[in-house]
Ligand binder design. Structure first.
Ligand code: CA
Length: 484
């Protein structure tokens, strides 16, 4: 009896030591990664070398893209800034939380921001021990409750509104003059930058300033025991088009002034990414850092951008509005030179990052995205048979894009619904609604059901839009989803 007990105890303790040992091995083999999201603002699909740009040079980004996994069907969740960023942070369609419009400029005057019940991915990672930083454009609420430091970011450097002028020597003069004159609300593009709620006197070209801060954050993060999460949101190449002479000089061949300035702005981001990569290498963090690069929406074609071969751009539910340049780079986990053609969504980041970080998502947290990690590693479609939506309200009507596998239904400018095979026809040239009416009908019915999950907007980007919305009795979805 005694002997038997002893054997059993031995077996149990062997088992326990094996479990402990294998846990240690697992941990040693797959330490949690640093996660760095580099987001550009209004960068066109074809405005980076890795997506075929021939005039704009982006050597640092191209190297990362070519040594990682490039996505050719990466979608953000809205074709303009605020809702796209909200979607990324909360992992849901912004329409479901009333965030389908941009916050107005100087949103501190209305005191609104993204629903505080929606836990950000940054908070999830922070709770898991990550050192978290946001740098650059915020656009998710400017008063204290919505401030990055209260939404899961240990560190914040940047500006809280929807954009900013780029040269401190220019914007500071205007700001000081208006302040002296007693102007109460000074346009947010002119305001001083801030660090963790405290005003700073920035002296560098804004893109360079954000890159400098990113490098500093990486150096600080590398000293910590836990990994770090950096959300680096450049405002470039969003308007105003303002580039450094030395960057524009590299693009003397570009005749169009807007395009040349835009090229200089994109190149400044590329220089910054090079510095970021150097910092990751110097601190020994490079191999175990997942770098995600993307744009928050399509490029603005009237302001120097190029979304070729996609149709239209920022604001549109054509592909050019919300299909963006994107890559993942992580030497320890992703093989070089992969091109992933299945769709992935910016709302997939939330559950995917949480999984990679070993972080727990609150049980009641609603998510529209998926953990895509295993699928992208296996080369399989994470969104097989999933509906992928893009919906943008205009004055009195609504534009919609709905993708299911190879099919995309499109509604723009109050014209009849169209249907495209988006795999064979990514430029949306050939309308197949007459030949496949049953497919179109199925997609439109699904989209209408999805629209029933939306909330009324919690704000509008200006007063006139709100008045129009009420006057037109929007959203009027029965009109949107009517098939003739
Ligand atoms: Ca944008």
């Amino acid at each position: 009896m005694k002997m038997k007990l002893g054997t059993c105890t031995l077996a149990v303790s062997l088992l326990l030591s094996f479990v402990a040992c294998s846990t240690r091995i697992d941990k040693a083999e797959a330490p949690r990664p640093n996660i760095v999201v580099v987001m550009c603002d209004d960068l066109g699909y074809a405005d980076v070398g890795f997506n075929g740009s021939t005039d704009i040079k982006t050597p640092a980004l191209d190297q990362l893209a070519n040594e990682g996994m490039k996505f050719t069907s990466a979608y953000v969740i809205h074709p303009f800034c605020g809702p796209s960023r909200a979607g990324l942070m909360v992992g849901r369609y912004p329409h479901k939380i009333g965030a389908q419009f941009n916050l107005p400029p100087n949103s501190e005057t209305i005191g609104k921001g993204i629903d505080l019940n929606e836990k950000y991915i940054s908070s999830v990672l922070q709770d898991a021990g990550y050192y978290t930083g946001a740098i650059g454009k915020w656009h998710l609420g400017s008063v204290e409750a919505f401030h990055p430091n209260n939404r899961g970011f240990d560190e914040y450097y940047g500006f809280l509104g929807g954009g900013h002028k780029y040269f401190p020597e220019e914007y500071r003069v205007i700001y000081e003059k208006q302040k002296k004159a007693g102007k109460k609300v000074i346009f947010e593009y002119l305001l001083p930058l801030e660090r963790n709620g405290k005003e700073v006197q920035e002296t560098e070209y804004i893109t360079d300033a954000l890159s400098r801060e990113a490098v500093q954050f990486v150096k600080e993060g590398a000293k910590k025991d836990d990994p770090f999460f950096l959300y680096l949101a450049y405002n470039a190449p969003h308007v105003p088009l303002e580039a450094k002479e030395e960057d524009m000089a590299l693009f003397a061949d570009i005749k169009d002034q807007d395009r040349r300035t835009y090229a200089g702005m994109v190149y400044a981001v590329d220089r910054g990414v090079k510095q970021l990569v150097d910092a990751l290498k110097q601190t020994g963090e490079y191999d175990n850092t997942l770098i995600v690069f993307l744009s928050d929406n399509g490029g603005k074609v009237s302001k120097g951008a190029n979304n070729y071969p996609l149709k239209e751009g920022k604001g549109s539910t054509h592909e050019g509005g919300y299909r963006v340049p994107m890559f993942f780079h992580w030497p320890d986990q992703l093989q070089k030179g992969q091109v992933f053609e299945h769709p992935i969504l910016a709302i997939d980041f939330y559950p995917t990052f949480a999984k990679l970080a070993g972080a727990s998502i609150p049980e009641n947290k609603k998510l529209d995205g998926l953990d895509i990690w295993d699928d992208i590693k296996a080369g399989e479609n994470p969104h097989d048979d999933d509906m992928i939506y893009c919906l943008r309200h205009r004055v009195g009507y609504t534009d919609v894009g709905v993708r299911l596998n190879e099919w995309k239904a499109l509604k723009v400018n109050q014209e009849p619904w169209k249907l495209f095979n988006i795999v064979e026809d990514m430029s949306e040239d050939l309308d197949l609604s007459d030949t496949h009416p049953e497919i179109l009908k199925a997609l439109v019915i699904e989209a209408e059901q999805w629209s029933q999950t939306h909330q009324q907007p919690h704000w509008f980007h200006d007063k006139a839009t709100g008045i129009d919305w009420r006057d037109d009795n929007m959203p009027q979805f029965e009109k949107t989803f009517q098939l003739d």
